[in-house]
Design a protein around this ligand. Structure first.
Ligand SMILES: Cc1cc2nc3c(=O)[nH]c(=O)nc-3n(C[C@H](O)[C@H](O)[C@H](O)COP(=O)(O)OP(=O)(O)OC[C@H]3O[C@@H](n4cnc5c(N)ncnc54)[C@H](O)[C@@H]3O)c2cc1C
Length: 413
């Protein structure tokens, strides 16, 4: 079995599919090493284990709404697509979603997955509580308002603290979004008018191949005043972010309003291919570094263009989650969808990193990087605290793997 991108071998290890919490607890307790498979949309060794895997899609699914608390407690292995549909039906919404909804809540939060929006944190920012199965197979509850010392270290966990079985998420009343696209916006103007561009809608994504121009995807809440953006021209037909690709897989555009969960992701639920024709990298920088990063990437546009399906720039509000790449800083995220099969891709990624690391780049946990563990770790002020937390939760390293051990084990200090 492989990951969605096909670049990580999940290997011949046995995959268990428990159908109850008790069965999961027994499997975890009896395993020497174990890791959860979510939707396998990660592109890094974060997915792997020297032991067995558990897949949680056989566990009973639930979305329990607590209207007084403004939260929903959901089965952690559910996909956002299913959680969002249930929430919307009940009159509720999450603040944001990633570019596709076919990823699990636990898998996405473990890797600090995010969408875009000046006022929205990554998806893990919505988590107010979690239930984990620990290495002994015991169930541990963690709450933001109770576990004041450790909660912020436990949500973006890289899967290293335990098996998340329930997640409690902040919700709000449902809302509608109208999506439209401005095409052929001069890239230099996007850079020079960065705050205006990203302030023009609830969620804004700029797609570019780092040549002269960009397409700007604007996702406007219909319950907020409309801010006009006079940059580029308004698209008159539906688009795919990747030029020439099928627009039918994408969420509705052309300003037609509809429910939040059918507009915030770029891609419709269940619409993308089961195996990807792409690889991905992404870097979070302090928001203030955006103009310098635009200039730096434009300088290597000729190197990037031929190997990119598309690049995307998004904004993410800062949070307090220790291993979030947006930890304590409002961020701009530079994403690269690479053509799969590109020879010598890693040197291209290294060229990007050479320019973005001096600007404060922190790589996405689930996406390709050439940076060594020690260099990545040095970007996280709470790295040693996370390591301590890991040693407390999982002293034998049952949930560890090479990826996590390189970053957060005694040798990595
Ligand atoms: C087409 C595509 C689009 C993407 N778009 C975005 C995007 O818009 N924004 C963004 O930030 N990222 C994006 N990503 C990256 C993606 O969101 C992350 O890879 C995310 O982790 C995927 O979730 P998953 O369910 O596939 O988790 P997996 O990749 O299966 O797992 C990720 C990690 O979480 C752990 N894990 C999973 N479930 C649990 C659990 N229950 N308990 C403990 N640990 C667990 C796994 O062991 C693994 O370490 C995209 C990826 C693809 C392929």
């Amino acid at each position: 079995m492989k990951n969605w991108g096909g670049n990580i071998d999940i290997g011949p290890a046995r995959v268990s599919r428990p159908e109850s919490l008790e069965e999961l607890r027994r499997i975890v307790a009896a395993s020497e090493h174990v890791r959860v498979l979510g939707a396998r949309h990660s592109f890094t060794g974060i997915l792997t284990t020297a032991g067995g895997y558990v897949q949680l899609d056989g566990l009973p699914k639930a979305v329990d709404i607590d209207t007084a608390a403004g939260t929903a407690t959901v089965t952690a292995g559910m996909r956002y697509a299913d959680v969002a549909t249930a929430l919307h039906r009940a009159g509720y919404a999450l603040a944001n979603l990633a570019s596709l909804p076919d990823i699990t809540v636990a898998g996405a939060c473990a890797t600090a997955t995010h969408g875009s929006g000046d006022t929205q944190q990554g998806l893990a920012g919505a988590v107010t509580g979690m239930q984990l199965v620990d290495p002994q197979g015991d169930v541990v509850d963690l709450r933001r308002d109770v576990d004041l010392d450790t909660f912020a270290g436990s949500v973006v966990s890289l899967g290293a603290l335990g098996v998340a079985v329930r997640m409690t998420l902040a919700i709000e009343p449902t809302f509608d979004v109208a999506q439209s696209v401005q095409v052929a916006a001069p890239l230099d103007e996007v850079r020079d008018r960065f705050d205006e561009v990203y302030g023009a809608a609830y969620s804004v994504s700029v797609f570019t191949k780092w040549a002269d121009d960009a397409n700007i995807w604007l996702k406007r809440r219909t319950d907020r005043p409309v801010v006009d953006l006079e940059l580029g021209t308004r698209a008159l037909s539906r688009l795919n972010p990747v030029p020439g690709s099928d627009p039918a897989v994408c969420s509705p555009q052309l300003g037609v309003p509809g429910p939040w969960h059918e507009r915030l992701p770029h891609v419709r639920a269940g619409a993308i291919a089961p195996v990807g024709d792409e690889l991905q990298s992404e870097y979070f920088l302090p928001r203030a570094a955006a103009p310098a990063a635009f200039t730096a990437l434009r300088e290597i546009g000729e190197l990037l263009g031929p190997v990119l399906h598309i690049g995307e720039v998004r904004t993410v509000r800062g949070d307090d989650l220790w291993l979030s790449p947006a930890y304590e800083r409002d961020s701009v995220a530079f994403h690269f969808t690479w053509k799969k099969g590109t020879p010598h891709l890693m040197p291209v990624i290294a060229a990007v990193e050479e320019r973005l690391v001096p600007l404060g780049a922190r790589p996405h946990w689930a996406k390709l990087t050439t940076l060594a563990g020690a260099e990545i770790r040095s970007g996280y002020r709470r790295a040693a605290d996370f390591q301590e937390l890991r040693e407390k939760f999982d002293p034998q390293g049952k949930f560890g793997n090479d990826f996590v051990d390189e970053l957060f084990s005694t040798g990595s200090l």
